[in-house]
Design a protein around this ligand. Structure first.
Ligand SMILES: *Cc1c(COP(=O)(O)O)cnc(C)c1O
Length: 370
């Protein structure tokens, strides 16, 4: 029987019932294990495997619709694991030109190892034009921070016809928002620092795949570079997954409420959220996504206006990152590196009451005008 997402999230990765054992064992703080004789078996050394990761990895594997998962110390550790374990000198790799900027920063590293890097935008599946003979294509959909969407199934079909591997950065959506592996991708990768764990209290990443050889090569990469999460982070992440469906449903509903309130405001331009019926991403997002995520992006008249707006918010933290239970926002242009206007705001909607949040935002817009 197909179970609902709430049931799936709350039970994912819970060990079988054993009398007097905790229902979710606490973090296993250990560097080594009792290991007499031949050094074989599931737990030999703390950089190779840890029982707390094992439970979290099986939980994420269930959420991904069945997959082998490796957890990493951060989203970037997971992204680098896929790119650097699969791409070799002489290979071509296709990256989005508008994806998370630290992923784009790996271009130089890949080139220094002798790979060719081709870049094209997410919108209108433009990366398809760059596929010819590539070893791997990297997708990020919806893209961060501009919220363009590409057709994972269409690109995966074209890529596989030419022997190209497909990896999707699924950070914004999470596996309850969209399942890249079901859409044909070879790798579903995420920064679990964001919506997946949702409390802004840890960094974590994961790589999921249904191909045992690819899974093994990613695990081997982790072992050799040592990009491993601590057991405390892994345990906190697992605990947080229980509320994933609750958080995402609330955050998605709040994000739509905020987007609808913003569209009536004359000082707001370039409003994007995939759930808005007239958003350029809406039709495709409706076909491949189940939940549209927590980000609303928009542009205010200029940098000073945007800074006054952010400073006037009372319920919203000024912070980078997104996906948390507390709403946060930032002027994305302050970092440089993204193709955005100086007044561009990336707003991450939390689980506050929608009416309170909308009222705070509209009041802050009024304050910024004055
Ligand atoms: C934050 C983010 C990352 C990097 O994740 P870290 O956990 O910060 O290393 C990668 N991709 C996207 C889309 C992100 O938002």
């Amino acid at each position: 029987m197909e179970i609902g997402d709430g049931t799936l999230a709350v039970g994912a990765g819970r060990p079988p019932a054993e009398k007097y054992a905790p229902t979710l064992p606490g973090p296993a703080f250990t560097a080594h294990y009792h290991l007499p004789g031949e050094p074989v078996g599931p737990y030999t050394y703390g950089r190779d495997a840890n029982p707390t990761w094992t439970l979290l990895e099986s939980a994420i594997g269930e959420l991904e619709g069945g997959a082998e998962v490796s957890v990493f110390s951060s989203g970037m550790a997971a992204i680098a694991a896929v790119l650097l374990s699969q791409v070799r000198a002489g290979d071509a790799v296709v990256l989005p030109s508008d994806c998370y900027q630290t992923t784009r920063a790996l271009k130089e590293r890949l080139e220094s190892y002798g790979a060719e890097v081709r870049m094209g935008p997410t919108a209108r599946d433009a990366q398809l034009d760059l596929l010819d003979g590539a070893r791997l294509i990297w997708l990020e959909t919806p893209s961060n921070p501009n919220l363009d969407v590409c057709d994972i199934a269409r690109i995966a079909e074209a890529a596989h016809a030419g022997g190209t591997l497909v990896a999707v950065d699924n950070t914004l959506a999470t596996p309850l928002g969209q399942r890249p592996l079901d859409l044909g991708a070879d790798f579903s990768v995420a920064s679990d620092t964001k919506a997946m764990t949702g409390h802004g209290d840890l960094l974590l990443g994961h790589v999921a795949t249904r191909d045992p050889e690819l899974a093994e090569s990613v695990r081997w990469w982790r072992k050799t570079v040592g990009a491993i999460p601590g057991p405390m982070e892994a345990w906190l992440a697992h605990r947080s997954l229980a509320t994933l469906q609750l958080r995402l449903d609330r955050q998605s509903a709040n994000a739509l409420a905020l987007a609808e309130a913003l569209r009536a405001r004359p000082e707001v331009s370039g409003l994007r959220h995939p759930a808005l019926p007239d958003d350029p991403s809406h039709d495709l997002a409706s076909r491949q996504m189940k939940r549209f995520g927590c980000i609303v992006s928009f542009t205010l008249p200029d940098e000073a206006f945007a800074e006054r707006f952010l400073g006037a918010l009372t319920l919203v933290t000024q912070a980078t990152s997104f996906g948390g239970v507390h709403s946060s926002a930032e002027r994305r242009g302050r970092w440089g590196g993204d193709a955005v206007e100086p007044g561009f705001v990336r707003f991450s909607v939390g689980v506050e009451d929608a009416a309170d949040l909308v009222a705070d935002v509209l009041r802050a817009l009024d304050a910024a005008r004055a």
